[in-house]
Design a protein around this ligand. Structure first.
Ligand SMILES: NC(=O)c1ccc[n+]([C@@H]2O[C@H](COP(=O)([O-])OP(=O)(O)OC[C@H]3O[C@@H](n4cnc5c(N)ncnc54)[C@H](OP(=O)(O)O)[C@@H]3O)[C@@H](O)[C@H]2O)c1
Length: 288
């Protein structure tokens, strides 16, 4: 049975769930009648019902009990109380297998932690996913890890769901999800910071904020498109923009000089390594 014919439920109906529900409907992967969500907030529930025409409830167990695929989309800090609620209140047969797939998008919560909470005695297929905010425009980069109980059909379902919000890369070692978190999970913020700096520089040289923003945005889009359409690595594309004695060389000369002084490249590597370390630390705190 394909995802199209399965019931998919979201526990936590916030930003990420909204992006995923929107992607599933827009891509035709799922039908609104097969989607549902639970959330503590009446406002969120009304919003999801109005925008997508899906069923909503405040009862997490009614989503867990009735769905073939359950997406845990609450913040990591409330995950344990949500898992406790499922463990104590949901139908025993719902927790004890029956092929139900649990997908978690919560940062730093391991599959073993979810298994241990929900069904320590039975094999529970759990797939952990790290998406990023471009999911909101169906352009996410997701890292995915499936536990040993998830078979190929579970993984195919997860891939189909994630394909509706962007691209997915599968890993067979869960610890790589900390690297994914540091690179693509937090990555959009690095790009936004670069954009912020470029806009500020344009303004400092006399452009209006709007013009500096448009120039920066279109440049980023164009550069991304070039990378997408080229077999060459970024350093080769950079070399090609850089004519000897030209303007780009002047700018890169400053960046390279500052790289030695302020360690530009090392700063990026150090920053991403710090994000990865933090992700590993959070995994340690969130998981017992
Ligand atoms: N946003 C990102 O960039 C990003 C990237 C990768 C992964 N993630 C992961 O995605 C997950 C969701 O993030 P998000 O940005 O969508 O968060 P969000 O917008 O805060 O959504 C979570 C929703 O769950 C609701 N909620 C809180 N407690 C609940 C409970 N006990 N039962 C049911 N619903 C409950 C929240 O309601 P209240 O607001 O009223 O508490 C909120 O509407 C997080 O675990 C995060 O780590 C997010």
């Amino acid at each position: 049975m394909s995802v199209e014919n399965k019931k998919v439920g979201f526990i936590g109906g916030g930003n990420m769930a909204e992006a995923m529900i929107g992607g599933l409907l827009k891509s035709g992967t799922c039908n609104a009648k097969n989607l549902c969500a639970s959330d503590v907030s009446r406002e969120r529930r009304n919003h999801l019902e109005t925008v997508f025409g899906i069923g909503t409830t405040e009862d997490n167990c009614s989503v867990f009990d009735s769905c073939d695929i359950v997406v845990l989309a609450v913040k990591p800090q409330v995950m344990d109380s949500v898992l406790n609620g499922i463990r104590s209140d949901c139908a025993p047969e719902a927790k004890n297998g029956s092929g139900r797939l649990v997908i978690s998008i919560a940062a730093g919560v391991t599959t073993a932690h979810i298994e241990k909470f929900l069904a320590p005695q039975v094999p529970l297929p759990v797939i952990r996913v790290m998406p990023n905010t471009p999911a909101l425009v169906q352009c996410a980069m997701c890292g995915m890890f499936a536990n040993r109980h998830a078979d190929e059909s579970h993984r195919a379902d997860a891939r189909a769901i994630l394909a509706s919000i962007g691209m997915v890369m599968e890993f067979d070692d869960e610890s790589f999800l900390d690297v994914v978190t540091a690179l693509s999970g937090s990555g959009p913020a690095y790009i936004f910071y670069m954009a912020e700096c470029m806009v500020k520089a344009g303004v400092s040289l006399g452009l209006s904020g709007q013009d500096a923003f448009t120039l920066t945005l279109q440049t980023m889009k164009g550069a991304v498109k070039l990378m997408e359409n080229s077999d060459d690595p970024p350093e080769e594309l950079r070399r090609r923009v850089t004519s000897p004695g030209g303007t780009t060389e002047a700018a890169l000369g400053v960046m390279m000089k500052n790289r030695m002084k302020n360690r530009f490249e090392e700063t990026i590597t150090e920053a991403i390594t710090a994000a990865c370390k933090r992700s590993t630390e959070l995994s340690g705190t969130n998981n017992v």
